[in-house]
Design a protein around this ligand. Structure first.
Ligand code: MF3
Ligand code: CO
Length: 271
């Protein structure tokens, strides 16, 4: 059942989404080679609790950490661990909070040093595909229009693998609400988008083939071919002509630009 949010509820959800953006901004300032991902996760947990919220992933279906940190060929749901980040790694940080009863859930992929042109392009195109999906996330369209736009830009145009097993979702008082929002699909198919729907749109795009597997820990999803995967996620509210994006990449991007250890999609290609 799809739950539509009132304007007041959307404003509460904006606060939740922006707390995730702030937390990701804090992470963007902290990332560098030599730190381990467990230290990022601890910092994420402290940041969220310091802001009167709780990390929503912790204990969700038994998930044992504050955040999901997925490095290189890990697609999503990576466990933070003691392994040190090194130059050339890419790291997707996915964070959820509950603030005053409402969920925020979004994600960003960073490059620690230069992962090479092919991977930088994957990062850029995956982020672009998120915005192409958001452009279609307007009242009167259907869920399939979002997935179609993402798939066109990533799979059709660039030959990347679009993960089929994991999808975006409705968001509200629960982390996962209806409808599911696949990153692939047919134009004009699926549930009709209506004002007040809040969706987490989250392309998970592989440099190589689309196939993935889940490790024995029951969570960590990796690409079958071992090639890197990128994940970006925004929380959006459906409106008439343009979606209202509740989360905000601008402060994250500013912190990313300011952190000399991070390679950004806009950075010039070095010979
Ligand atoms: N962004 C992911 C999702 O929407 C994060 C869930 S991780 C979990 O599914 F640990 F909470 F399951
Ligand atoms: Co999500």
């Amino acid at each position: 059942m799809i739950l539509y949010k009132t304007d007041e509820q959307v404003e509460m959800m904006r606060k939740s989404a922006l707390l995730v953006s702030q937390t990701l901004t804090d992470v963007a300032g902290f990332l560098k080679p030599g730190i381990n991902t467990l230290s990022i996760d601890q910092r994420v947990g402290e940041y969220i609790r310091d802001h009167q919220a709780v990390p929503s992933f912790l204990n969700y279906n038994g998930y044992p950490f504050n955040s999901c940190i997925s490095v290189n060929d890990v697609v999503v749901h990576g466990f933070p661990n003691k392994r040190e980040l090194k130059e050339g790694d890419i790291i997707s940080v996915d964070i959820g909070v509950i603030l005053d009863g409402w969920h925020g859930d979004h994600a960003y992929t960073f490059a620690i040093g230069d992962p090479g042109d092919a991977v930088m392009q994957l990062i850029r195109v995956t982020k672009e595909s998120l915005y192409k999906g958001i452009e279609k996330a307007i009242a009167g369209n259907r869920v399939g229009d979002i997935g179609f736009a993402i798939q066109e830009h990533t799979e059709k145009k660039h030959g990347y693998g679009v993960v089929r097993e994991l999808v975006g979702h409705g968001l509200g008082k629960d982390l996962h609400e209806d409808p599911q929002v696949p990153n692939y699909g047919k134009r004009g198919s699926g549930a009709k988008l209506k004002e007040g729907m809040v969706l987490a749109i989250e392309p998970m795009i592989n440099l190589g083939k689309k196939e993935v597997y889940t490790e024995d820990d029951g969570w960590t999803v990796r690409t079958r071919d071992g090639k890197p995967s990128v994940h970006f996620e925004h929380d959006v509210c459906i409106r008439k002509n343009k979606a209202d994006v509740l989360s905000d990449y601008r402060p994250i991007e500013a912190a990313e630009q300011a952190n000399a250890y991070l390679f950004t999609a806009k950075a010039p290609v070095l010979q």
